[in-house]
Design a protein. Structure first.
Lengths: 258, 325
């Protein structure tokens, strides 16, 4: 049942406009951060030094810093995919063909998550190529990137980004389900992740470690100031589980009048 | 006038008892007991807001009944998964992904319902969309969108088709086309439940009818039986307008109910037990020659108004009077 819903969702997701804009958009965002990182790096200081970029983890610094942007994009796409089922009225068609609502929701969520994780992996590959070119243009040695440590850092970072993408996607899907309007879902998500959490953190810094966006960002970046990796991971899992449970409860019981 | 229960000799595709839906304090569907025979084409009639769509949504498992239940194709209404694989539905306006082609939209639904993808092209062909199957849904005309909705409903090879306002927004040619499609489904032995607020439309394609008003069942049974309950009505006009009052008096004496028409010497005559020949004979016996004598069609619209005691704003005035035959 879930597989049927998953393959059905992919029939929709793989349409040219959506797949191209998602894959290229995420790749462009990741590449932009890498280019900015290398172009702004200097020998003595700034955001990052050329020396830091030549270290084994130099390759992943740029991508890790782009994690918030990548997450926001993933959130927006996931939210709009779910909300549009309500606004287009397609949900009623889907439920007639698959009345087992839990299977339908699970399959849809898995479809969107795998789509976004694949897009993220594609963005990682493109950012890697861009980083190689940027390193060459700035005279940064890349030999340390290809050591065991460097490749380990790379795959660990990609794994963390994938986990964060899952977190952002699930939250996006759930917000889309509750709000039922693609535009409002995206606005609410963006406003929360970009503005509201920042304002709250500035007013009450100690609360940062309990916020969903900060927790997932900590996972994506291997931990950030104020939120450790393990803490962020545990809290993100809690947020995701609670969000999925709430979505299931509403989706299973709710009347479909759209 | 109100009839429920299983018609003799026919099993029921849809059977409900006490079906009720409340949204807050508002009761939208109130204690509805449907009995739709298998193989019939059943019209589901009522004004806008009568509760047709909510009833249909309950039958399709989209809306949970507040109380009551029933069976559809032998499966319990409480467990839609037990029967929906045998049901096709078009609910209100067709809803598809605008950027996907008609074919890909159907493929998405086929995959979801675990229906072989080989079923897609035949239903596209039957609905006359095969030539445009690769075009994006957003480029379709309203009629084509409606036909894709029908194709989607046919995808599972249904035993029961539920069509909610399938002619909405269609031009006259599209309506005729849709009527033909629905008749062809009936010829294939599929039970069809088709809702509309246009009673005259239902009258042309259905053998059974369910009438609903303010969430309550007003009538269900065969169209022929309902039509037979209607008193014969005639439009009568004397050759000379000056004879109108005399003729009206004669008809009233004969037990008819006479209503003067707006045009010329026209009279609308309700004549229980009489026929056109009888009216003609009566007029001739008193030296009045008729220039017009016609029996009005015993339309479902009149039956509907009689049953509900109201005149619906949803039925155009021009259709209300029916046709003279």
């Amino acid at each position: 049942m879930i597989w049927a819903a998953f393959t059905s969702e992919w029939t929709k997701l793989k349409r040219k406009t959506l797949s191209l804009s998602t894959f290229l958009g995420l790749a462009a965002a990741a590449s932009l951060f890498v280019i900015l990182m290398f172009s702004q790096a200097s020998a003595n200081g700034g955001i990052v030094t050329l020396h830091q970029l030549a270290r084994p983890n130099g390759l992943v610094i740029g991508v890790a810093r782009a994690s918030m942007l990548l997450g926001v994009v993933a959130f927006g796409i996931a939210a709009s995919q779910m909300a549009s089922e309500y606004s287009l009225g397609t949900l009623r068609q889907l439920l007639v063909r698959q009345p087992r609502r839990a299977s339908l929701l699970a399959g849809k969520m898995l479809g969107v998550i795998t789509f976004l994780v694949l897009a993220l992996c594609f963005a990682g590959v493109v950012a890697f190529v861009v980083a190689l070119a940027a390193a060459h243009s700035r005279g940064v040695s890349t030999s340390a990137w290809f050591t065991g440590t460097g490749l380990g850092d790379l795959f660990r970072e990609l794994g963390d980004l994938a986990l964060a993408t899952i977190g952002y996607s699930v939250l996006g899907l759930v917000i889309g389900l509750f709000v039922r309007s693609a535009v409002f879902a995206v606005i609410i998500g963006f406003a929360w992740l970009i503005a509201v959490e920042n304002i709250i953190t500035r007013i009450v810094p100690s609360i940062q470690q309990w916020l969903p966006g900060a927790s997932i960002t900590a996972v994506a970046s291997g931990g950030v100031e104020g939120v450790g990796y393990a803490h962020g991971m545990i809290l993100s899992v809690v947020y995701v589980v609670v969000a999925v449970a709430a979505a299931m409860a509403v989706f299973l019981r709710g009347d479909v009048t759209a | 006038m109100y009839r429920t229960g299983e018609p003799p000799g026919r099993s029921l595709a849809v059977s409900t008892a006490g079906l009720t839906k409340r949204f807050g304090d508002r009761t939208v569907v109130d204690n509805v007991a449907l009995a739709i025979p298998s193989g019939s084409v059943c019209g589901f009639v009522g004004p806008n807001g009568a509760g047709k769509t909510t009833t249909i949504r309950m039958l399709l498992g989209l809306v949970r009944p507040t109380s009551g239940g029933g069976t559809i194709l032998g499966g319990s209404l409480a467990e839609p998964a037990t029967y929906l694989h045998k049901v096709g539905a078009l609910i209100e306006s067709p809803a598809f992904y605008p950027q996907l082609s008609g074919r890909d939209n159907l493929k998405a639904l086929a995959r979801l319902g675990r229906i072989p993808l080989t079923a897609v092209d035949p239903v596209l062909e039957r609905s006359g969309l095969l030539a445009r199957a690769a075009d994006p849904y957003r480029s379709y005309s309203l009629g084509m969108k409606q036909r894709l909705g029908i194709a989607a409903a046919m995808l599972a090879g249904p035993e029961l088709l539920i069509l909610d306002e399938p002619t909405n927004g269609l031009d006259p040619a599209g309506i005729v086309e849709m009527r033909g499609l629905i008749k062809s489904f009936a010829d294939d032995g599929i039970t069809v439940l088709v809702s509309s607020h246009l009673i005259s439309e239902i009258e042309q394609i259905c053998d059974q009818v369910v009438m609903i008003r303010a969430g309550r069942l007003a009538y269900q049974g065969s169209v022929a039986e309902l039509r037979a309950t209607q008193q014969a009505e005639f439009l009568v006009a004397p050759e000379h307008d000056a004879d109108r009052d005399l003729l009206a008096g004669l008809l009233r004496q004969a037990g008819c109910t006479v209503t003067p028409g707006k045009a010329g010497g026209l009279l609308l005559v309700e004549a229980p037990g009489a026929d056109a020949a009888g009216l003609n004979r009566l007029s001739a016996q008193h030296g009045i020659t008729l220039r017009q004598l016609g029996e009005r069609t015993r339309s479902l619209e009149r039956a509907f108004f009689a049953l509900t005691g109201t005149k619906s704003a949803d039925v155009p005035d021009g259709q209300e009077m029916g046709a003279i035959r």
